[in-house]
Design a protein around this ligand. Structure first.
Ligand code: RTP
Ligand code: MG
Length: 140
């Protein structure tokens, strides 16, 4: 499979605990290259727009509050089969169900404060990358 890009967020529970470097090391050791990265504090409007697909889910308001509770680090990752590779290294949404060695197993606090976001398809990766990054900020 050719090189692929995916979008990642290091969530506020992880930046609060100073885990950015440790999470980046797991990503890099899995063969993903961080080709764009910036630290932001999302506004309510930005978080609502990013998670608009979850608007009808019961956890939507909590999720928006959590994602605006502190800084995040948004990233573009590149590698072979990057979307699936990143989902593998993230682990299950609920850390109680996450496999040993995954980011969520190692670092997540609970099903909401689960340390990382990763795109779930190549199509969504392209949409999410374009939401946060200009082409000039991505250096592959
Ligand atoms: P993500 O989008 O962040 O990569 O995570 P995911 O695909 O594994 O999970 P998804 O179903 O897309 O849910 C998005 C995020 O919402 C929070 N969540 N809270 N309280 C709950 O039951 C609940 N369920 C999900 C998590 O932060 C999850 O990552
Ligand atoms: Mg998701």
């Amino acid at each position: 499979m050719a090189l692929q890009r995916t979008f990642s967020i290091i969530k506020p529970d992880a930046t609060r605990r100073n885990l950015t470097g440790q999470i980046n090391a797991v990503l890099e050791n899995a063969g993903l290259r961080i080709i764009a990265q910036k630290r932001l504090h999302l506004t309510k409007a930005q978080a609502e727009a990013f998670y608009a697909v979850h608007k009808e889910r019961p956890f939507y308001n909590d999720l928006v509050a959590f994602m605006t509770s502190g800084p995040v680090v948004v990233q573009v990752l590149e590698g072979e089969d990057a979307v699936a590779k990143n989902r593998d290294v993230m682990g299950a949404t609920n850390p109680k169900e996450a496999a040993e060695g995954t980011i969520r197993k190692s670092f997540a606090e609970n099903i909401e404060a689960n340390s990382v976001h990763g795109s779930d398809s190549a199509e969504n990766a392209a949409i999410e990358i374009a939401f946060f990054f200009a082409g000039i900020e991505i250096v592959g």
